[in-house]
Design a protein. Structure first.
Ligand SMILES: Cc1cc2nc3c(=O)[nH]c(=O)nc-3n(C[C@H](O)[C@H](O)[C@H](O)COP(=O)(O)OP(=O)(O)OC[C@H]3O[C@@H](n4cnc5c(N)ncnc54)[C@H](O)[C@@H]3O)c2cc1C
Lengths: 281, 752
């Protein structure tokens, strides 16, 4: 049962409280309270971060900064109004429900570090940097997340924000496979960003969710694809390579065999949606 | 008709939308205790010992009850009493949700903590977890054999059918569990008052079952127990018999502590302990002539009852009767078995044992159509029932058979030939997405029928206050389906008072006679008739008085739109009721309705199975993603013959909800278990449809073949609205992927 509740206003106050009380940070609470109810987190202290004086969502140079406490709904509004990284919309709109998006936050999502986290996948795709206070550390999301539910954070530290690259002229495909269309944790997901020139790959980023203990992204494989001609053969090759790299598990949502098939099929689907247009939406 | 069949505002809508309606968890009493439950948590074993001492040491714990504390009969069971309320030492644990002890404490948190401190020693036995294992009868779950019950139909000579057939199809089917997923979990508050009346506030479909069961458990006379149905946030069958098991817990604790006790289930407890739709396995062998005419049906269906029989024997009656679908079948040989396993006991669920076999027979019809090169629509039209025909149980239908009309209506509104064309073209040009069309044509025996006619009566009390407002109390329950509005419409039609002056109260068992359960799509007919009878009696009282008072003929008095017309003078309804009250006119009456006796031979399964039948047709359009296996219901066309439509918006709502809940059953909802333990114990992993999964368009039409016994000619809709959906969707998926689906729920993994 929760007995202590704090509302720090400054970075130092927050840091000090976290260190002293070992309490859990509470932003949207959409992960925290689920876990408290299920008993997978047991604490009597929560530290509400929502009263912290922090920066707002903003564009700085070629980066999109998403601070602590910024909700999915706020982010959606921002990207629409500023016409920036519109691809994110496709990911964000699949998260939970309107109620969850009004509370839940991207920072909460990466701090929760689930391999099924949809914004974790987005962060990988957009080469996110995680900004940590009070130490002002900054590290790539792939280094920040160390495993399912495990993050690189010291006892006095917290995530202050995330910085995403701003990408233009990319083709984009995102699909989250689940048995229903809302309020669903993905069985597998794929995000793919592709920049082409003369029917050849100029840049490509491919990330999978829920098919490994972490978000699956292989930058070496991506590099090897640069300069290749875009055609079905190439995507079949990509599909097979990622299938090899994936290491899904069987859980209550799906079997590992099915997830393996999905890794393959989602790449084929991405190709068909982006280039073949045989699949009408 | 003045108001029947018109669009009206739901009479209990505002309070529910605003949040002021009181559900079980909204009840608080001074000095109230909170209950928690100690479960066995093993699927099979023998209870050796219970140790409650640690729980008692926790401050705030007031009582820890075990079987020893039960003053009455420690047993439940609808047909046979094969389930312990609290498992006694030395007796068997038969599923993970068997209850060992109950705790009453000063707070919910303390009660829950204390539950963890009760330890029990259980000698584990190997569990029986599938129908196939159960049939071996090597390990006995309950009684003398795992095959607890058997029902059958024997009509004609089935072997003749196979001899004369041009096509004989043999197919196997499987269906899974379905969880009711009502919005409001089970819960009850019990208060053993200082004057020794046990008051029970419970979310329930049948307060009378709770009444009787709690009386047995506590050994109290029925006139000392008042069961008051709270607002009920959905039931779907899950609150038919289960609330007895729920309410008995706080009732016992309140009896023992003499304090009010509240028990509200968490979703996890609810899914683990309470009933579901029976999983099934069935085998069908069906004979057809070349032209598609059915000659005979032989079927064998096993229902997985789980650890206790509860309502299963009655569920099986419906399974049996519906095994041949809506069709004329001369030769019938149907067997249905209820099988014990060490899993959650299954019971009532919207459709009550019929969706399992309707999925099977409707799949058979589609497969036959394909093999015989007949359109699936035509084969149904050819075989369906009409006036003068006999059902599979030999029930000759004399009226109210709109089956054909529902088929024709769906054909027409869907523009079927064009739609078929569109689907064909789409599939030719799309590699990874396929569309499919699927028909279903079903019937449903309304109310309890010969399987439960002893329960088929219902009471209603109508009371007009001096100011013209009206209170109605019916013995059936509102649980979200809109019964209150339907009852108010019936009273309004007869008495002419406006709908917003009528309220329908929650039933109480100390006030009303046992009216049976609110199940089997029976409320509109039963309570509706009871209200009609009571309202008519009052109307006669008023007319008798007015005709004397004003010296006019009885036929010169009429009621409508909140007014009373006496020859050429208009009075408001309020003026008239005030006048009546001052002159001692009787303004309250009780209506009682029961159905004519049905004749049925239970040994052969032959006779009048139900008082009447609802007939329904659905056509579904699905899209299947071949790369992911994802199935989407794109559009559905549905038509039901429900006799006279009383509450139009309510009826449309039933159909929308039914189509979507049936879709969940067909393509999403899955109870996953590990060694008898349910893993999918909340809505994070037990996936039910959201609004984002509902099709954009569900086109609904009604055929109104009136039923002379029904109020204004009405039949029932609550369940058939769901039942048409699973077979239609499964047939559509089969059509899309060109492969027969023989198992629901269809998993995405089955597709790719
Ligand atoms: C019904 C429902 C549907 C959902 N659907 C989805 C979905 O579709 N996709 C998806 O990815 N997720 C989903 N989620 C999970 C959740 O909503 C998201 O992960 C969300 O982004 C969490 O954000 P939050 O602000 O609510 O986090 P919180 O619950 O407040 O925090 C999450 C965790 O991070 C810690 N934390 C919070 N802030 C910080 C910080 N600044 N620094 C360090 N640690 C911190 C908390 O202590 C906690 O352990 C769903 C949840 C629910 C309840």
């Amino acid at each position: 049962m929760i007995k202590n509740y704090f509302r720090p206003k400054t970075i130092d106050e927050l840091s000090e409280l976290k260190l002293k009380t070992k309490g859990y940070l509470f932003s949207g609470g959409t992960d925290l309270f689920v876990k408290l109810r299920a008993g997978t987190i047991d604490t009597d202290t929560v530290i509400d971060t929502k009263y912290l004086n922090s920066r707002k969502i903003e564009i700085t140079g070629n980066k999109l900064f998403i601070p602590i406490n910024a909700t999915y709904s706020e982010l959606r509004m921002f990207i629409k109004q500023n016409n920036v990284n519109n691809m994110l919309e496709n990911i964000v709109k699949t998260i939970g429900s309107p109620m969850i998006r009004n509370r839940g936050t991207p920072v909460g999502n990466i701090s929760n570090a689930s391999p099924a986290g949809d914004f974790v996948l987005a962060s990988y795709l957009f080469n996110a940097q995680v900004i940590i206070e009070p130490t002002s550390r900054k590290l790539p999301v792939k280094n920040f997340i160390k495993g399912p539910g495990k993050i690189d954070l010291r006892e006095n530290e917290f995530v202050y924000g995330i910085e995403l690259e701003i990408l233009n002229d990319y083709k984009f495909y995102f699909e989250k496979v689940g048995r229903r269309n809302a309020m669903i944790i993905s069985i597998a997901s794929l995000g793919l960003l592709l920049k082409e020139k003369d029917n050849k790959i100029k840049d490509i980023r491919i990330a999978f969710g829920s098919v490994a203990p972490y978000i699956l992204r292989d930058e070496n494989l991506e590099k090897s694809l640069i300069g290749e001609t875009i055609n079905e053969e190439l995507f079949k090759h990509i599909a097979i390579e990622y299938q090899k790299l994936s290491s899904p598990i069987t859980d209550v949502r799906a079997t590992k065999e099915y997830r393996k098939s999905l890794v393959h099929n989602l790449v084929i689907k991405a190709y068909n949606n982006l280039f073949e247009k045989v699949v009408k939406e | 008709m003045k108001i029947i069949g018109k669009k009206v505002k739901r009479i209990d809508g505002f309070q529910k939308a605003e949040g002021s309606a009181k559900y079980a968890s909204d009840y608080y009493f001074h000095n109230m205790l909170y209950a928690s439950v100690v479960y066995a948590n093993v699927p099979h074993g023998i209870l050796k010992n219970i140790d409650v001492s640690k729980a008692y040491e926790l401050p705030g714990v007031v009582y820890v009850a075990t079987y020893k504390d039960v003053p009455g009969i420690n047993k439940f069971g609808h047909v046979i009493k094969d389930m312990n309320f609290l498992v006694p030492i030395g007796d068997k644990v038969r599923f993970e949700g068997d209850v060992i002890a109950l705790i009453a404490a000063e707070s919910k948190e303390i009660a829950e903590k204390a539950a963890k401190l009760v330890s029990c020693e259980i000698e584990e036995l190997p569990p029986v977890l599938t129908i196939d294992e159960a049939l071996k009868d090597e390990i006995i779950v309950n009684g003398d054999s795992n095959i607890g019950f058997h029902r059958k139909i024997r009509k004609g000579h089935i072997e003749d059918a196979f001899k004369d057939a041009d096509l004989v199809l043999e197919m196997n089917f499987e269906t899974g569990y379905q969880e009711h997923a009502y919005l409001e979990p089970q819960g009850a508050v019990a208060y053993y008052t200082p004057d020794n009346v046990m008051e029970i506030y419970v979310s329930a479909q049948c307060p009378f079952y709770v009444h009787e069961d709690v009386a047995n458990i506590l050994g109290l006379p029925l006139n000392k127990i008042n069961v008051i149905q709270t607002e009920t946030g959905g039931g779907f069958g899950g609150k038919e018999d289960v609330p007895s098991y729920v309410a008995a817990k706080p009732a016992l604790l309140s009896y023992l502590t003499k304090r009010p006790v509240k028990l509200i289930y968490t979703r996890e407890m609810d899914i683990k302990e309470t009933s579901k739709r029976h999983p099934s396995k069935s085998y069908f062998k069906v004979a057809f002539k070349k032209d598609g005419t059915i000659l005979g049906v032989k079927s064998k269906t096993y229902l997985d009852m789980g650890a206790y029989s509860t309502l299963s024997p009655i569920v099986m009656y419906r399974t049996t009767v519906h095994s041949c679908g809506t069709y004329k079948v001369p030769h019938v040989f149907v067997d249905v078995y209820g099988v014990y396993t060490n899993k959650v006991p299954c019971g009532a669920f919207r459709g009550f044992g019929s969706p399992q076999v309707l999925f099977a027979i409707e799949s058979v019809m589609d497969e036959a159509a394909k093999r015989l090169n007949i359109d699936p629509y035509e084969i149904r039209l050819k075989n369906t029932l009409d006036v003068g025909d006999e059902t599979a149980t030999g029930h000759k239908l004399t009226s109210s058979v709109g089956a054909k009309k529902t088929l024709k209506k769906v054909y027409e509104i869907s523009n079927y030939p064009k739609l078929k064309d569109y689907v064909k073209k789409y599939n030719e040009t799309n590699k990874f997405k396929k569309l499919g069309l699927g028909w279903s044509h079903i019937f449903y025996g309304v109310s309890l029928g010969s399987g439960g006619q002893h329960l088929d009566g219902a009471s209603a009390e109508v009371l007009i206050q001096p100011d013209g407002t009206i209170n109605i109390m019916i013995g059936n329950t509102e649980m979200g389906q809109g019964a209150k509005t339907t009852m108010a419409i019936i009273a309004s039609e007869i008495l002419g008072q406006k709908l917003d002056k009528i309220s329908v109260l929650q039933p109480q068992t100390l006030v009303l006679q046992d009216s049976g359960p609110t199940v089997a799509s029976r409320t509109t007919i039963f309570s509706g008739n009871a209200v009609r009878i009571a309202a008519k009696k009052i109307k006669e009282n008023i007319i008798g008085f007015l005709s004397n008072y004003f010296g006019v003929g009885k036929n010169e008095i009429s009621f409508s739109d909140g007014n009373v017309l006496v020859r050429d003078k208009i009075f408001t309804f309020e003026e008239i009721t005030e006048l009546c009250n001052k002159n001692n006119v009787k303004l309250s009456e009780i209506g009682w309705y029961k159905t004519p006796k049905l004749h049925f031979d239970h040994e052969k399964g032959i006779g009048e199975a139900y008082i009447t039948y609802t007939f329904s047709t659905q056509l579904s359009l699905v899209e299947v993603d071949i790369l992911t296996g994802k199935i989407s219901l794109k559009e559905a066309w549905v038509c039901h013959d429900i006799g006279k439509v009383i509450n139009y918006d309510g009826a449309i709502g039933q159909v929308h909800g039914g189509v979507v809940q049936g879709m969940g059953y067909a393509i999403m909802e899955e109870i996953k278990q590990d060694n008898g333990k349910i893993l999918t114990d909340n809505f994070n992993n037990y996936i039910i449809p959201t609004i984002k999964d509902a099709p954009q368009n569900i086109h609904v039409e009604f055929v109104e073949e009136e039923f002379s016994e029904g109020p204004f000619g009405a039949k029932g809709l609550g369940e058939p609205s769901l039942m048409s959906s699973p077979p239609s969707i499964a047939n559509a998926v089969s059509n899309a992927i060109n492969k027969r689906i023989s198992k629901i729920p269809i998993s995405m993994e089955d597709i790719i």
